[in-house]
Design a protein around this ligand. Structure first.
Ligand code: PLP
Length: 410
């Protein structure tokens, strides 16, 4: 048996997505910029894809721009908006727990003379609206806040933030990295006061290397990719027709069954969290105290939980992510022990692991003790995840943890 519980890192394409991609590659393979029939057919595929995506957000298809994924969408939204609006001000606001695809462009802009405020978060990863209000000033041209945190699943107060930003200055732009929210939550940028929104296909059972940026018609944005003038001159480069077709099909499928999927994901999340709580109780009753290297083992301490769940229950947390710490066992050790049994999970965020950051930036911002930050795993689900996969993972943890915790003492 296998358990793929790393759906926030990436997902498996559906058959519908595969068929849409193959059709675009083998039948509608023309260049949308060509003037002959083959080009017109490919252009039609792009237009239909744009219409499908626009409908999921209730925006105009003129406001959808295809990109190579959310990294490009975020870079473009942030750098493009900052450059296009720098005469109006040079202050930017974001949060301390954004993905690197937001934090790195912000750091780049700081080097170009912009000032960036990084909003702190509470122990569960929520920003405070008071902090946002305090940070907003005449000079603020852009605020970028993620919808759902990719490591612990926290949902940020996007609607309230949008209201605040626009009340203070309607011209301050609001960008949202919605990678972990799109396809899981209903999103209405116009109602939320969101001017730009980044989406990635491979998180919603679409192909890798494609995504889109929603840009409100009135938003002043500088293009970053210069060349043949595709996509109204805003994003040059031969259009990725198969990618767009696959992305649109993935989005259509996700939103066609949003309610059932959400219900299913919530049940999986509850099953996982309940299972971890039971396991934690078992471990504190039966297990010996895991101690740090160099210390002698103390007496078992029933008060000390063996598993600490970071993700919240309820509507302020995404239905598909459970993050938990297993103190006494380093996350990569547990990750590989699970892998041996065919269970795939993440330690922190998969997208930044090649940076050799020992502890995730997000977990650091939550001010978790080092012991918890270094023993955290993320379990993430998709609408195709089964209860059997969750149970299989919990069973493996039940067997592995007492052994690994004991091992950690030596
Ligand atoms: N933003 C968030 C919140 C993510 O989780 C990810 C990927 O994990 C990205 C951006 C980057 O997306 P992409 O892989 O499409 O470049």
């Amino acid at each position: 048996m296998e358990g793929y519980l790393d759906n926030s890192a990436t997902t498996r394409c559906t058959e519908g997505v595969r068929d849409a991609v193959v059709r675009a590659m083998t039948e509608d393979y023309g260049n949308p910029s060509s003037q002959h029939r083959k080009g017109v057919e490919a252009e039609r595929v792009l237009r239909t894809a744009r219409e499908t995506l626009a409908a999921t957000l209730k925006v105009s298809e003129k406001e959808i721009y295809f990109t190579s994924g959310a990294t490009e969408s975020n870079n473009w939204a942030i750098i493009g908006a900052a450059m296009a609006n720098r005469r109006a001000g040079t202050h930017l606001i974001t949060t301390a727990i954004e993905h690197a695809a937001v934090l790195e462009p912000m750091a780049y802009l700081e080097k170009q003379g912009f000032r960036v405020t990084y909003l702190p978060v509470d122990a569960k990863g929520h920003i405070s609206l008071e902090d946002l209000e305090e940070a907003l000033c005449e000079e603020t041209i852009l605020v970028s806040i993620m919808y759902v945190n990719n490591e612990i699943g926290t949902i940020e107060p996007i609607a309230e933030a949008g209201k605040l930003i626009k009340a203070r200055n309607p011209r301050t732009l609001f960008h949202v990295d919605a990678v972990q929210a799109y396809g899981k939550l209903e999103i209405r940028p116009k109602k939320l006061g969101v001017d730009m929104l980044s989406v990635s296909a491979h998180k919603i059972h679409g192909p890798k290397g494609v995504g889109f940026l929603y840009v409100n018609e009135k938003t002043k944005l500088q293009p970053m990719m210069l060349g043949g003038g595709q996509q109204k001159g805003m994003r040059s480069g031969t259009d990725n027709v198969p990618g767009a077709a696959g992305l649109a099909e993935a989005a259509r499928e996700a939103y066609a069954q949003l309610e059932q999927s959400t219900e299913h994901l919530l049940q999986l999340k509850k099953r996982m969290m309940d299972g971890l709580k039971t396991l934690s109780d078992e471990l504190s009753k039966n297990g010996a105290e895991p101690v740090k290297r160099g210390e002698t083992a103390g007496k078992p301490d029933a008060q000390k939980p063996r598993i600490v769940i970071h993700s919240e229950e309820g509507d302020k947390s995404a239905p598909h992510i459970v993050s938990a710490a297993f103190p006494g066992v380093r996350s990569e050790v547990l990750l590989h022990a699970l892998e041996e049994r065919g269970i795939f999970v993440s330690a922190g965020s998969a997208c930044t692991t090649n940076k050799k950051v020992p502890v995730s930036g997000v977990l650091k911002e939550l001010h978790l003790p080092k012991e918890l930050a270094e023993s955290t795993l993320r379990f993430s689900f998709s609408r195709f995840t089964t209860e059997e996969e969750i149970d299989y993972c919990l069973e493996a943890l039940r067997e592995l943890l007492p052994v690994l915790m004991r091992y950690a003492r030596h």
